[in-house]
Design a protein around this ligand. Structure first.
Ligand SMILES: [Zn+2]
Length: 294
């Protein structure tokens, strides 16, 4: 399809002409663009993201699934990580995302072009993805938050399965943070045991989000409430998420290098993370309701 040399030159050019948003955010969030050692998390699930922007490679005999394309400048970093693990970037057949915010999906147009992967996105995030963020309920007036549009090849709905080479990923709609925010689950075999893996989309209320009387997203608070019910009901052994910071990635990676039990198997960490995020949402909702009543 493309020669390695062509891909290398193309990726280098893309880095030179990076989106202004990439530059803006790499200054305010250096961890988003700082490389991080790629590593096997469990079974056929690998980490190929940066120090904070998570990207996961799920390998199968029929090609691979990539979750999150991250920033416009992330494609070379992700490709390098995939290759360091001994896999081929061009074997990525399916591209998925956590949600339609620029730190998880801007690289999609380029990764699609380079790999020919099929891009599959939750229904309510599709308008944002296909118009490059101009349709976002919160950021539609922030030009800095726009990104290159990408064509979605398959529109997903809550509970849909994505299958490849024996792997089954389930798309759970966990909306609020974006209208189509997606939490991914899969079962993974490792050392003769089967584990439930949960990749949290985002349960966070961003600064400036209106949870009350939001004309752009009237059901936002109900969607968050539904999200927390969903997250609490998911069986979880291996806790992962759209940002490494959700699940203590850097600390767990350091622990893993010391040997012993796999630190990514952390059902209690998952439960306390979800409880903490629900508390933060409830507090913010109460604050906005009280302010509105005064
Ligand atoms: Zn986000």
């Amino acid at each position: 399809m493309f020669s390695r040399r062509f891909i290398a030159i193309f990726l280098f050019a893309c880095t030179l002409f990076a989106q202004p948003a990439d530059k803006l955010f790499s200054q305010t969030n250096p961890d988003w663009t700082t490389p991080f050692p790629p590593h096997r998390i469990i079974g056929n699930v690998y980490y190929v993201g940066s120090k904070d922007l998570a990207a996961f490679l799920i390998t199968t005999p029929q090609g691979h699934i990539l979750i999150n394309s991250n920033l416009a400048t992330s494609a070379p970093q992700i490709r390098k990580s995939v290759e360091q693990l001994g896999f081929r970037f061009s074997d990525i057949k399916i591209l998925l995302i956590s949600h339609a915010h620029l730190d998880h999906c801007v690289g999609s147009a380029l990764i699609k072009q380079l790999t020919g992967a099929k891009y599959m996105v939750m229904d309510a995030d599709v308008p944002e993805i296909e118009d490059g963020g101009k349709n976002d309920f919160q950021y539609s007036k922030s030009r800095d938050m726009f990104y290159p549009p990408a064509k979605v090849d398959r529109i997903l709905h809550d509970g849909d399965e994505v299958r490849l080479g024996g792997v089954v990923l389930v798309a759970h709609l966990t909306a609020g943070h974006t209208k189509g925010c997606t939490t991914w689950t899969l079962k993974v075999a490792d050392n003769g045991k089967v584990y439930n893996v949960v990749i949290v989309g985002s349960p966070n209320v961003n600064p400036g989000y209106k949870l009350v009387n939001n004309a752009q997203y009237p059901q936002i608070a109900q969607d968050y409430e539904h999200t927390f019910r969903t997250l609490k009901a998911l069986p979880c052994d291996v806790f992962l998420g759209a940002h490494g910071s959700y699940y203590g990635m850097t600390e767990k990676f350091a622990q893993m290098k010391n040997g012993g039990a796999n630190p990514f198997i952390d059902p209690e960490g998952y439960k306390s993370y979800v409880a903490d995020r629900e508390r933060a949402f409830q507090e913010e909702l109460k604050r906005q309701q009280t302010k509105g009543a005064m």
